[in-house]
Design a protein around this ligand. Structure first.
Ligand code: ATP
Ligand code: LTN
Length: 334
């Protein structure tokens, strides 16, 4: 009988060590979806080189990311977990889709605007066409659903536009994917500047909590987080720092905002921050223990890297062959 499960695709860049934002906005949702869907979770190293990376660090970060995917609960037997650069079909489809994407569409992307403002010395063509490679990632596997944080919504929209455009010319080649954005944790903000998102490539390490930060480091970063001066624990647009900490607290404890506000009515910021810090430490503790264990198991991790890239290639090839036929590339002689 044909496999009736729908397909999920998502990815993270090995551009640093994953943060609580990446975990709450994306990774945690992935682990909840793995039984109901066929899932592919990619480490998008080709996307990461759109900003300059140190080669030694990039390789280490990619391996750590893969380990953290598994430590967070993704089962590498059930899910396909692999490096983007091990599956050349991503780049091949990316090229084709470049020819179906307009400069004007890419010009509107806010991530491009933000990243090019941050890296004025290296505004390269890859940074500009980043969303096209992302569309290729998703469309190669005919994904139905793409679980991401709020910041990726615009990239999902352009993916849908590119796929719809291609299908309208060549027939039903691509599944049109939908974004899956969770209700809690979809946008965790920087601890020192709660008006911008927590980001793994932020140079100020006090802005983010890494999934593998030691408990003492987590506590100290949360204690230093920017709040305000009225000492009242409630959420609101006028209180971005406290709201962010409340959101984090709700996400890691599975409590509602009302429950959390009730719990901290009458607490001062010191007590509140201690409780948030302890809740974060407790939720990350099992992941950290598992990651330590996996790091010792080199052969196991290597076998996952090899097998899963092969599994991904087989699926990717099916779509790519179809695309090549549709656009009129000559058949390969075998
Ligand atoms: P970089 O700093 O290199 O841009 P990043 O921290 O933004 O990296 P990505 O690898 O680009 O992380 O994103 C991985 C996933 O995490 C995506 O699904 C993204 O939407 C989600 N994500 C990133 N930052 C946050 C955040 N602050 N809150 C919630 N989700 C987030
Ligand atoms: N652009 C994403 C990472 C990413 C991705 C993808 C996410 C690359 N390809 C495909 C989902 C599906 C980011 O910056 N967070």
């Amino acid at each position: 009988m044909a496999d009736e499960k729908k397909t999920i695709f998502s990815g993270m860049q090995p551009s640093g060590y994953i943060t609580l934002g990446n975990y709450l906005g994306a990774l945690r949702n992935w682990t909840k979806l793995q039984d109901e869907y066929n899932c592919l979770y990619c480490i998008v190293d080709m996307h990461a080189i759109t900003v300059r990376q140190d080669p030694v660090k990039l390789r280490q970060q990619a391996r750590k990311l893969l380990i953290q995917y598994i430590a967070s609960g993704l089962d590498p037997e059930k899910n396909i977990i692999y490096y983007q650069s091990h599956v050349p079909q991503h780049a091949e489809l990316g090229w084709v889709l470049n020819c179906f994407t307009y400069m004007g569409e890419l010009n509107r992307m806010t991530q491009f605007k933000e990243k090019s403002a941050k890296h004025t010395d290296n505004i390269n063509a890859g940074l500009f066409t980043y969303p096209v490679l992302m569309a290729a990632d998703i469309l190669l596997y005919q994904a139905d659903l793409v679980p991401v944080g709020e910041d990726q919504r615009q990239h999902l929209e352009i993916t849908r536009d590119i796929a719809t455009r291609f299908n309208s010319i060549y027939g039903d080649v691509f599944t049109i994917p939908e974004a899956y954005i969770g209700k809690v944790g979809a946008r965790v903000m920087a601890l020192q500047d709660p008006t911008k998102k927590m980001s793994k490539s932020d140079e100020n390490k006090n802005n983010s909590i890494a999934l593998l930060d030691e408990p003492g480091v987590i506590m100290s970063k949360i204690k230093k987080a920017v709040t305000d001066s009225d000492n009242e624990v409630r959420h609101g647009e006028d209180k971005p720092g406290v709201t962010n900490l409340l959101n984090i607290y709700c996400a890691v404890t599975d409590k509602t905002m009302e429950e959390a506000e009730r719990e901290f009515a009458g607490s001062n910021y010191g007590q509140f921050k201690t409780a948030v810090g302890e809740a974060v430490v407790a939720s990350l503790e099992p992941i950290q223990a598992k990651a330590k264990e996996l790091e010792q198991n080199k052969d196991y991790i290597d076998s996952i890297i090899k097998n899963n890239a092969e599994r991904a290639q087989r699926i990717a090839n099916r779509t790519l062959t179809k695309v090549h036929r549709k656009i009129g590339f000559p058949d390969r002689i075998r």
